[in-house]
Design a protein around this ligand. Structure first.
Ligand code: ZN
Ligand code: ZN
Length: 350
């Protein structure tokens, strides 16, 4: 079917083009995209692909438009969030940890289906598509039914980032770190992921310290009760838990020095492959360093839970979001990088 998609090439401005989307296979569906978040991985991938034309976008939310005959559990017209792709059959998927699916890399980052077939063409030429099993910077996305989580009448611009960024921040707190009321959590970096982590922990009665150099990004966590500082070089209390969203070596090593004995540091940001660690200190103080993909979440369980928390007023996700037309992608990215926007969400239907 004909769709409109945001085609990116290297660092050049994204361009709206007509594209041809494959028909759904038996276990696939098409989703008319109402809203799609912009996540850091979109920008990293755009850079990595160089001049290769690609349709990115991996936090889609919209209504189910076409259903393959074996696409169980979904109904036409219902609103879903499209989360990351996983196979559903490997040991990690069966254990409820689809972020570590054996086929995660091929399903989410190869630009094609698992069997190598392309899903998107521009002017008869296949382009990099099926990004995170969706490529949702477009009016319509093709995805596995398995990746879709029904969200009822939740506002699409709030629900969309639950597919990746918000899931990662909230899941790191609720699934991985699990701080208790009275514990103290250090959150390094207060972009979309860090801000959701901080707000989630605050709503659990946890004391939160946020480190973020951009003043505009400190405002929201501060308003909800977090202590905020501009730099890790400032004097800081010790903490029971820490979350690094930056991937920077100096943030990781500083967080470890701030952890109390038996404390845990979770890593959700990608930085340099190697960081020097004081393993004596780790061992003698009983510290843990824990990697974490997609908040260790099973999207079908955590996304509805987070929407419940939003509805009950516990998690002000709407305060993080700023919406843009699909064509305004570059302005959305510039606003995010300057801190004017915490979480840009594109609206392909406008
Ligand atoms: Zn799997
Ligand atoms: Zn993401």
């Amino acid at each position: 079917m004909r769709i409109t998609a945001l085609l990116s090439r290297g660092s050049a401005a994204g361009e709206l083009v007509d594209a041809e989307l494959d028909d759904p296979r038996p276990d696939e569906v098409t989703v008319r995209i109402e809203a799609v978040g912009v996540c850091h991985t979109d920008l990293l991938t755009r850079k990595k692909l160089g001049e290769q034309p690609a349709v990115l976008g991996h936090e889609g939310c919209g209504t189910v438009e076409r259903l393959g005959p074996a696409a169980d559990g979904l109904t036409l017209g219902e609103r879903v969030v499209i989360s990351f792709a996983s196979c559903g059959g490997c040991a990690q998927c069966r254990a409820g940890l689809p972020g570590y699916c054996a086929w995660a890399a091929a399903l989410n980052g190869s630009g094609r289906r698992l069997d190598g077939s392309p899903t998107l063409r521009v002017g008869d030429e296949p382009v990099f598509g099926a990004f995170f099993g969706q490529s949702s910077f477009a009016t319509v996305a093709l995805t596995d039914a398995r990746s879709c989580v029904p969200v009822g009448d939740a506002p699409p611009e709030v629900a969309a980032p639950l597919g990746c960024g918000f899931l990662t921040g909230a899941g790191a707190v609720l699934n991985v770190l699990r701080p208790l009321p009275g514990d103290r959590l250090l959150v390094i970096g207060a972009g979309g992921v860090g801000a959701v982590a901080a707000l989630t922990a605050l709503s659990e009665g946890v004391e939160v310290v946020v480190v973020e150099p951009v003043a505009a990004r400190r405002a929201l966590p501060a308003q909800y009760g977090a202590t905020t500082v501009g730099s890790l070089k400032e004097p800081m209390p010790t903490v029971t838990h820490a979350l690094d969203t930056t991937g920077r070596a100096e943030s990781i090593t500083r967080a470890l020095t701030l952890l109390q004995p038996s404390g845990v540091l979770a890593l959700v940001g990608l930085g340099p492959a190697e960081v020097a660690l004081d393993v004596r200190s780790l061992m003698l103080r009983g510290l843990q360093v824990r990697g974490c993909v997609e908040g260790d979440a099973e999207p079908s369980a955590l996304i509805p839970e987070l929407i419940q928390r939003f509805r009950r007023g516990l998690l002000p996700l709407d305060r993080l979001v700023t919406t843009y037309a699909l064509a305004d992608f570059d302005r959305a990215v510039a606003d995010q990088q300057a801190g004017r926007t915490l979480k840009p969400v594109l609206l392909p239907g406008t």
